[in-house]
Design a protein around this ligand. Sequence first.
Ligand code: SF4
Length: 259
Amino acid sequence: MINTPFIPGIYNYCDRWCERCEYINRCHIGSDDKVLQMELKMELAENDEEEQNIIFDHLKNSLSDVKNLIKEQIEISGKSWQEFLKDIEENPYVPPAPTKHQEDLESLALDYGKWVSEWRAKNNSYFQEENMMALMLSSEKNPERLIQEINDAFQVIQYYQFFIGAKIHRMIHGKLEHWEDDDPIQNDWHGSAKISIVAIEKSQKSWLKLSNFFPDLADSILDNLAWLDRVKRGVLKEVPDALGFVRPGFDTNANYPMD
Ligand code: SF4
């Protein structure tokens, strides 16, 4: 039996929100010093531009690590890096074309992300100090707890607003380009479909919380919920068994693989 604290492949079908992840110490990526350092630097960043530069630097370094890994694999296969590049140039890959439903679903999911930004800008006045003070005075909740719950709901919505579209993009392309001998359910596009549904459901819960706190916004929030529901139904139409996919760690015994 393998005696390792790490859960193989757990990072493939998670939401990459490492600072909130209960498996951070059991994940190769989450416990990677580079990721932890990046998160620490982001905490200390003074503005959005600084945060973006930190993310770009991290991605640049990660891509360089990936390139080195690919080079290693190519060398093991007996080819040189130049031969590999020549092969790609001479036999360019032509991806299969998506169906109309797949195109519409991807647009719907990507537009949701943009729409959330517009919604936030349009309703910004509701979240200004004056309104928040009035809300705290009229609520029976502890003011600190109330603000924490509102912030948390916003963080969840913002975190997933573009994540959902990205995962659906991966799901569609995974399905189009799958291998014949892939497992019918434990495969990449089912995993991507499942994590997109997890993100949709968490976003919907957060929208509902906001709707309770801000009844004046309930109608427009209802539109956002319906939008997400259409995306979810679209995912399940494409991948009906998405929820049957078992995500390593999250959907398995947490002690795996140490017991
Ligand atoms: S499994 Fe958890 S720690 Fe690992 S990459 Fe995903 S969110 Fe981060």
